[in-house]
Design a protein around this ligand. Sequence first.
Ligand code: XMP
Length: 516
Amino acid sequence: MKNDTIIVLDFGAQYSQLIARRVRESKVYCEILPFNATVDQILAKAPKGIILSGGPASVYAKGAPHISEEIFDLGIPMLGICYGMQLISHALHGKVQKAHKREFGLAPLKVKAKHALFSGIPSVMNAWMSHGDHVTKLPAGFKVLASTSNCHLAAAGNDQRQIYGIQFHPEVVHTQKGTKLIENFVRKICGAKPTWSMDSYEKLAIEQIREQVGKGRVICGVSGGVDSTVAAALIHRAIGKQLSCVFVNNGVLRKGEAEQVVSMFKDQLRIPMTYVNSEAVFLKLLDGVSEPEKKRKIIGNTFIRIFEQTSKELERKQGPFDFLAQGTLYPDVIESVSVKGPSAVIKSHHNVGGLPKDMKFKLVEPLRELFKDEVRELGARLRIPKELLWRQPFPGPGLAVRLLGPITKERLDILREADAIVTEEIQKAGLYYSIWQSFAVLTPIKSVGVMGDERTYENVCAIRAVHSTDAMTADWVKLPYDLMGRISNRIINEVRGINRVVYDITSKPPGTIEWE
Ligand code: XMP
């Protein structure tokens, strides 16, 4: 059964994906298209409704993003959010002007009319405003639905045409009942049926995998991370023995990580997996390398080479593979017009599970339509342990980009021990799941210390812990002093080679989360 679909047209807002997630939380399937999608592309999705996102432009500016006028005449209900509302007003001959004062933050919103859009929403609620322009005159046939003290036309609509606009952001958590408003639009106004759930998705995805793969065989590289594990578990449920998983130890994993991944697949999930311990190969190539991008390239390319070799060996033993499985998620496939944050270009972010470019396989990507929170929900249904599903993100190039200066086996082992202590203490303090990432960094700096009666001259280790929601921005965590003290004491006492521990108090921007 096909799900009813809502389309978000993206005008470059940082919140476009959040809008789509809120729609899906209302159990209605939602996809994001770039604002310049053609009418045919939109109609091909047979949407029950269209949401125009916010965006950084001014509708009256030269080169501002617009949509084809035809879209307004399709008879499909439409909701414009912020820039989206201004665009509707501009296109339908209302008026948009620069506001006297930029409005940013929470404002009490007064609902002026009894309306399906505000059903179940209190007559006064806090709404998140973030705009420099606003609508000063509504197009013909529109009436005002809600106001704030600064913004008279904070929500408006034309019931006959089913076109609505809101100046505030219902998708952000600060707006009270924002999700309810989005649900009202998609369910009550668009009439979309609430069929989207991970229960129905799991069944559908299993059917689709079976149909796509037929009697073919699938190879899947797993890293022990959430995405590849959930993809493998789902595919395994669909086609069982036709799936072969490969896990490559690249020598820059954390303490005990390879053993944990092997045991999770073999003992807990009971998914057969080939473990390739290539630690020595990677470390030989990485030995003495200091330059961060060079480390990433070596790790990425070597992974591809070893994965290819392994797949050929498995083919010799078991017969040919037809498909390569990947844990690609929806945010990676959205053709976004959003300006990518600086971190996208500052580091090459070579995904170590990346696709060998010239492989002959067709792709199986069963998570392509899902957001991360949906992947976790699906993972829980597939009985993947909670500790794995909520694990902090770990970069593909692993400890290599947390070891500054030349890589050696000895220095990796020092970092591994220090990192294990950080993780253990953060876990014991009950903070692991509320922190986005927490880890140790080994610097190439040596400092003088004194232990017992002896002078020491050893490495400086830095601790990094950040709060974040998407890794694009991050704040350093105000860890309790006694916890910092325990981490520092334990590292200096238990890890040979470190005699000083410092705490990183840089946020992102201007820093990045990783040190390299
Ligand atoms: P930065 O350091 O750019 O990191 O603030 C943002 C997020 O990306 C992760 N990261 C990587 N992930 N390959 C990856 O797969 C990489 O080369 C890489 N570099 C950084 C980092 O851990 C953080 O979550």
